[in-house]
Write a protein that binds this ligand. Structure first.
Ligand SMILES: Cc1cc2nc3c(=O)[nH]c(=O)nc-3n(C[C@H](O)[C@H](O)[C@H](O)COP(=O)(O)OP(=O)(O)OC[C@H]3O[C@@H](n4cnc5c(N)ncnc54)[C@H](O)[C@@H]3O)c2cc1C
Length: 381
C-alpha cells in the first residue's frame, strides 16, 4: 500500500487526508502541536463562520487577485459543498442575515470531533508533536525521525497566531517560491489622546468605512491600541496598501439633512448639538478626536471623517495572512513544480480574502484539490 503524508492538521490538511484515504492510500498526518486544528477551534470561539451563501461568481471574486487561480478549486468545492460536508459531519448549519453560514453549535469542537473519528475509521494515523523540519526530517517525542512517504501534502497554515501552530517557519524551506507574509484581516494602531480612554472596548455600530474606492457599511471596536473588528478587517487590504480611512458616522442621513438638523440645534454647544442628533458617545468621541483638524463643516466631517492610523497590528495577531507559496511555483494540481510528489494547500498558499467564511472554505477546497491530485499522481507512478 502506498504511503501518503500530510503535514499540518488544520482544515486544509484534514481535508487532504480524507481524500488521500478515500483513494485507498495509507495516510499519516504529522502535526507539530500536541493536538490538531487549534486555529479552527479558536475560530469557533467567536462563532465558526464556515462559508458564505452567495452566488458562485460573487463568492470567488472575494479572492481578488487570486480568484483565477482558486476558481477551479472553489467551483469543485464551494459554499453548497461546505454546507453538505458539515451536514455529513452531523452538524446542522444555518445562514445568518448577511449570508454567513454557521454550524448550529456555533463552535468547532463537535464538528472536529466527528471529523477526526471519521478519519480514524478510514485508517488515517495522526501523529502529534511531530514537527516537520524540512526534507524528510521530523522532531518527535522520540527524537529526530526520518519519514519518506510516496507522496506529501503540505498544509502548515499561514504565519499568524503562532501559538496555535502556524508559525510560518516552513517558508525557509522554499526561498524564492514564497511571497512575503503580510497581515490580512487585522486591526490598526491609533495614538489616541487621553479623552478616548472611556471608550476603549466600545463598539462603533452602523458606520460606513471608506478606503479609496472601497466602502463598507458595518461596525468595529475602539480598543486601547486602536481599532479592530469586522468593519476594519473588511477594509484592511486597502488600508495596508496605503489608502486613507474615512468614516461616515451617519450613513443613513444625507449631508443636507445633517446640515439642516445642526442648524436647527441653533446656538447650542457642539457637544450638545451632537447629542441632540442622537449620535452615540463613541462616535462623538471619534468626531472630537479627528474632526478638529482639516477643512469642512461639522456636517461634512460627520459624513467623511478622516481617521489617522499609525500602522497595522503585528502579523502574529492577524486573523489571516497574505503571502505564502506563489501559484507560479505550483502546477494546476497544486504540486510544487520543482518537487514532484509534494503538494500544498490552505493558508500556506499566496491568497487572501475577507472574513465571512471565505477563509475556511478556501482551505477546505484547496485541501480537497491537493489531496485528490496527490492521490492521482501517486497512483500513476
Ligand atoms: C481568531 C480567529 C478566528 C477565525 N475565524 C474564522 C472564521 O470564522 N471563518 C473562517 O473562514 N476563517 C476563520 N479564521 C481563519 C481560519 O481559522 C484559517 O484560515 C484556517 O484555520 C487555516 O487553515 P489551514 O489548514 O491552512 O492552516 P491552520 O489551521 O493554521 O493549520 C496548520 C497546521 O499545521 C501545523 N504546522 C505548522 N507547521 C508545522 C510543521 N513544521 N510541522 C508539523 N505541523 C505544522 C500547525 O500546528 C497547524 O495545526 C479565523 C482565524 C483566527 C485566528
Amino acid at each position: 500500500m502506498k504511503q501518503a503524508l500530510v503535514i499540518g492538521a488544520g482544515p486544509a490538511g484534514l481535508m487532504a487526508a480524507q481524500e488521500l484515504a478515500n483513494a485507498g492510500l495509507k495516510v499519516t498526518i504529522a502535526e507539530a502541536k500536541p493536538s490538531p486544528a487549534r486555529k479552527l477551534l479558536m475560530a469557533g470561539k467567536s462563532g465558526l463562520n464556515l462559508t458564505k451563501d452567495e452566488p458562485k461568481d460573487e463568492f470567488i471574486e472575494a479572492f481578488g487577485e487570486s480568484a483565477n487561480e482558486l476558481r477551479p478549486m472553489l467551483e469543485a468545492f464551494g459554499p453548497q459543498n461546505v454546507k453538505a460536508w458539515a451536514n455529513w459531519l452531523d452538524q446542522s448549519v444555518f445562514t445568518g442575515s448577511s449570508g454567513r453560514v454557521f454550524p448550529e453549535a456555533m463552535k468547532a469542537s463537535p464538528l472536529l470531533r466527528e471529523w477526526l473519528k471519521r478519519l480514524q475509521e478510514q485508517g488515517v494515523t495522526l501523529k502529534t508533536r511531530w514537527k516537520w523540519l524540512g526534507g524528510n526530517d521530523f522532531e518527535t517525542p522520540e527524537g529526530r525521525v526520518e519519514f519518506a512517504p510516496d507522496v506529501t501534502v503540505l498544509a502548515c497554515g499561514g504565519a499568524s497566531w503562532s501559538r496555535l501552530g502556524s508559525d510560518g517557519k516552513w517558508a525557509e524551506h522554499f526561498a524564492d517560491s514564497v511571497a512575503p507574509f503580510k497581515p490580512a484581516n487585522m486591526g490598526f494602531e491609533v495614538s489616541w489622546s487621553q479623552h478616548m480612554t472611556p471608550h476603549f472596548g466600545a463598539p462603533v455600530k452602523a458606520v460606513r468605512l471608506i478606503a479609496g474606492e472601497q466602502e463598507h457599511l458595518g461596525e468595529f471596536v475602539i480598543s486601547q491600541r486602536g481599532i479592530e473588528g469586522s468593519g476594519v478587517y473588511a477594509m484592511s487590504k486597502a488600508l495596508r496598501e496605503g489608502a486613507e480611512l474615512r468614516l461616515d458616522l451617519l450613513p443613513k442621513t444625507p449631508l443636507e439633512e445633517v446640515e439642516a438638523r445642526l442648524k436647527k440645534a441653533g446656538k447650542q454647544s457642539l457637544p450638545n448639538a451632537l447629542k441632540r442628533l442622537k449620535i452615540p458617545a463613541a462616535k462623538r468621541a471619534l468626531f472630537f478626536e479627528f474632526g478638529k483638524n482639516g477643512d469642512g463643516s461639522t456636517a461634512e466631517k460627520l459624513k467623511n471623517l478622516p481617521i489617522k492610523l499609525d500602522r497595522p497590528r503585528p502579523l502574529d495577531e492577524a486573523i489571516s495572512v497574505a503571502g505564502g507559496l506563489r501559484f507560479e511555483a505550483l502546477d494546476d494540481g497544486l504540486m510544487l513544480r520543482n518537487q514532484p510528489g509534494v503538494f500544498a494547500a490552505g493558508e500556506m498558499l499566496d491568497w487572501e480574502a475577507p472574513t465571512g467564511g471565505y477563509l475556511i472554505t478556501a482551505c477546505l477546497a484547496t485541501g480537497k484539490w491537493a489531496g485528490q491530485h496527490a492521490a492521482a499522481w501517486v497512483n500513476k507512478t
